[in-house]
Design a protein around this ligand. Sequence first.
Ligand code: PMP
Length: 353
Amino acid sequence: MSRFWSARVHDLVPYVPGEQPKTRDLVKLNTNECPYPPSPHVAGAVAEAAGSLRLYPDPASTALREAAARANGLSPEQVFVGNGSDEVLAHSFQALLKQDRPLLFPDITYSFYPVYCGLYDIAFQTVPLDEGFAVRVEDYRQPCGAIILPNPNAPTGTPLPLREIERLLREHPDVPVVVDEAYVAFGAESAAPLIRHHPNLLVVRTLSKSHALAGLRVGFALGDPALIEALVRVKDSFNSYPIDRLAEAAAIAALDDRAWFDHTVGRIRADRERLRAGLEGLGFRVLPSDANFLFASHPDRDGAALQAALRAEGVLVRHFNKERIAGFLRITVGTTAECDRLLGALRRILRPT
Ligand code: PMP
């Protein structure tokens, strides 16, 4: 450790991202990317925007905020844009989730949340998922300064019905509630329609998964203009542009291509159910999932050992070495052929010797 580091940095436990392999021959089902290319309109939009790269981007991302507002029946003042939803979340932690009382989030959830708490010195309290690995809203009835949860939850994939989110908002009218909808397009109900009645609700979205733009880094938040203004203040304090010209043009093209989106999401949902049936046929317990991944455990096999065996077969999946979920694998729904390769590899691994 460098003696020049500050104590805060020394104590930080950084986020560990999923592996991005250097070789191309691996089946990559470990970081929930879309297995299909983005809308064909994206390439043309990027080429056109490349013609004006000598100019700085619009610091307010006006055109993209308008596109996101259009897509969600909101106004541009209800939209905030960032470099991936991770950046939007980071600003939310700083601007909204640091309160006098602790922040609540599920004990098994997106592992970035405790990292942001460490970074911004936010007190937090985790709330256990129920026996079925779902969020139970009544467990959040405790004094708190703010709440954040993904819907569907990650890495479990389990959805929370809209009426439950509404109940959570009714029971906590005075604290910011952030719903991280990174995977909402794959089947869960969005909380965005609740924004009109709940000025404390912030909905965070990404174009990384359902719009196949993980490489671009675009995310946004939807909420009451007062919440959005808090995020803008934090962003402007970094003197940073939200996103660059190429990303903005690509994101608008992707958001406006509803037909591509519906088709791609439909394919992934169909393959998810095929993959679920295949895994269950091999003896796996598979949690209910409304995401583009499945969370599955095998009664006879250790999660870490299965992950390693799959890697040796050329298939990458994610494993979390954490209490209660150490037996599980998080498997991204790939193309039909990729899912078949995974199932074939598992069949070989599980074959009695
Ligand atoms: N929220 C959740 C629950 C996620 O799993 C991810 C992806 N790792 C993100 C947010 C961040 O996605 P991105 O920064 O690519 O928008």
